[in-house]
Design a protein around this ligand. Structure first.
Ligand SMILES: NC(=O)C1=CN([C@@H]2O[C@H](COP(=O)(O)OP(=O)(O)OC[C@H]3O[C@@H](n4cnc5c(N)ncnc54)[C@H](O)[C@@H]3O)[C@@H](O)[C@H]2O)C=CC1
Ligand SMILES: O=C(O)CCC(=O)C(=O)O
Length: 527
């Protein structure tokens, strides 16, 4: 097997390259490429490991014909076009915890730097001015910190601020009242936060809802003398309005680690009194960079070498605990989806995935994604579990999920049904010994078969002599039969035959089989 090839395109701790190599990947570290240069080389790679400098646009993805996974050594993935990656079947992963403490500490550092004007005081003192009376600071003890975004980083900032004896109010629509109590913060609406906070710190991702959350109007609603810290993303604040607020004195200070346009080499904010900035250093500590480098390389190599999925943003992740239980179900689901796809030639407006018994206890998302991948792969061989749900939506395929916890004939069952113009078509399978996928029902007929390799599917009228005739036909054409699986509705009624064969059945032989007496349908299948 050829080794997966990985490109590290941003400056990253060397542990990442070491882990990739140890896990069986070929790795190139090529940083500082322009988009055009990256486009020219990306086609060779199965994996792309990035930080925030590389912008993975649709154009880059179009050229990334072999790419399977993008790994962000960090949290924010706003530099990756995730819809385009999903459409192309590329998994996008991040490392959601590796740099959170470091970033929270940077926010706290900037809060103190603002409170005591440390950068200006340092510059003035080193310039020999000794301006003791110029730098009058404020205490943070007893002050109110307004937290916008109370996720991983926000909650660490809150715990540190509480340790500093601050009061913390938080605006986060997804923060539950119980979690707020657990964090020791008061959950408030944005307007209340703006009116009450002495310091405001931002910790949300950049989304359509958070973009410009500190807009000109919202900045005007802040308490006079507020100090603002942004270690999240540049687009969260209206930078021009921030500058005006600083100039007018309404805002007593602002510290930005992130800018609307990065790298920020020129900004109207530069040189403004009480304005502090750092060049997107939130995650820049030795500890955080080792954490995210190790984590991203381990996750990406696991995906490329073993198919394990951790911290993916565009497909269901499988935890170490879930993965061994789900893997055989995903294999079963993919085979059932593929069988239905191969048996159905009409357009399908709806597909239903019904789990019964033990299967209902598992995370259903990977099972559904695997059914869709198997079903849609019949139409395009670039379909995988990442892009299958996306493609299904794009093609207007309604996906229904049904669960019946009670066991039926089998302790666990997955049934896939499609609605076509001709009616409902359904197949079902189970796991033998909790591991081996088996088809157990085909179009309402009980039949037990392993779906593997080349197969032949025949619907015929149950009549004496048919099995001999089909055996003779295949034998005469040099096709060896591996397994023979039969089922019928009733004696003399409709019967189905699933044969596994050692080689693909040529079209001419399928036609001859179709011409045998009593045969209604013949199809070659492959799994
Ligand atoms: N400066 C730097 O170097 C770094 C910056 N970051 C940035 O920090 C951000 C936050 O990271 P985490 O805390 O790990 O993410 P997280 O996902 O754990 O937390 C984000 C929080 O924002 C909340 N949120 C979402 N929409 C909101 C809205 N409209 N209003 C208020 N709150 C909203 C979410 O409910 C969530 O609790 C990242 O998205 C990233 O952009 C992360 C690491 C380093
Ligand atoms: O990689 C970096 O230095 C930036 C980190 C960051 O912004 C993030 O993890 O979201």
């Amino acid at each position: 097997m050829t080794k997966p090839k990985v490109l590290i395109s941003d400056k990253m701790d060397p542990n990442a390259a070491r882990i990739f190599a140890e896990q069986g990947c070929d790795v190139d570290v090529i940083t500082g490429k322009t988009p055009e240069e990256l486009k020219a080389i990306i086609g060779q790679y199965d994996g792309l490991a990035i930080r925030s400098s590389t912008k993975v646009t649709k154009e880059i993805l179009d050229a990334a014909t072999n790419l399977k996974v993008i790994g962000r050594a960090g949290i924010g993935v706003d530099n990756v076009d995730i819809p385009a990656a999903s459409a192309q079947g590329v998994v996008v992963m991040n490392t959601p915890f590796g740099n959170s403490i470091t970033t929270a500490e940077h926010a706290i550092a900037l809060m103190f730097a603002l409170a005591r004007q440390l950068p200006e005081a340092d510059a003035s003192t080193q310039a020999g001015k000794w301006e003791k009376n110029r730098f009058m600071g404020v205490e943070v003890t007893g002050k109110t910190l307004g937290l916008i975004g109370a996720g991983n980083i926000g909650s660490i900032v809150a715990s540190r601020a509480l340790g500093l004896k601050m009061k913390v109010v938080a605006f986060d629509p997804f923060l539950t009242p119980d979690r707020a109590v657990e964090m020791g913060v008061e959950k408030v609406e944005l307007d209340q936060l703006l009116a009450r906070a002495d310091f405001i710190t931002l910790h949300t991702p950049l989304t359509d809802q958070t973009r410009n959350i500190l807009s000109r109007e919202n900045l005007a609603r802040t308490k006079k003398g507020v100090r603002i810290i942004n270690c999240a993303r540049g687009g969260l604040i209206d930078e021009a309005a921030l500058k005006e607020g600083l100039d007018s004195g309404h805002i007593a200070g602002a510290a930005l680690d992130v800018f609307q346009t990065e790298p920020a080499k020129d900004s109207p904010l530069f040189g403004t009194p009480n304005f502090i900035c750092t060049p997107h250093l939130g995650a820049s500590t030795t500890e955080a960079q080792v954490n995210v480098a190790l984590q991203v390389a381990e996750q990406m190599a696991d995906y490329l070498v073993n198919g394990g999925v951790t911290n993916a943003l565009n497909m269901p992740s499988l935890s170490a605990e879930e993965a061994p239980k789900l893997k055989p179900y995903m294999a079963l689901a993919e085979k059932l989806g593929s069988l239905v796809g191969q048996l159905t030639r009409d357009s399908v407006p709806r597909i239903s995935i019904h789990t019964e018994g033990a299967a209902t206890e598992l995370n259903q998302k990977p099972i559904v994604a695997a059914v869709l991948a198997g079903f849609l792969r019949v139409q395009s061989d670039t379909v995988n579990m990442v892009n299958a749900p996306f493609l299904a939506k794009e093609r207007g395929l309604e996906v229904r999920e049904v669960k019946t916890e009670r066991e039926g004939d089998y302790h666990t069952l997955v049934r896939v049904s499609v609605k076509t113009e001709a009616g409902e078509r359904s197949v079902a399978g189970t796991l033998f010994s909790n591991a081996e996928p088996r088809l157990v029902q085909l179009l309402g007929i009980k039949v037990e078969a392993e779906l593997a390799g080349h197969m032949m599917y025949i619907v015929n009228e149950d009549a004496p002599g048919f099995i001999g005739r089909i055996g003779t036909l295949l034998g005469e054409n040099g096709i060896n039969i591996g397994t023979f699986n039969l089922g019928r509705r009733a004696a003399g009624g409709e019967a189905v035959l699933l044969l596994s064969v050692d080689s693909a059945v040529p079209e001419a032989v399928l036609k001859q089989a179709c011409a045998l007496p009593g045969v209604k349908t013949v199809k070659a299948l492959s799994f």
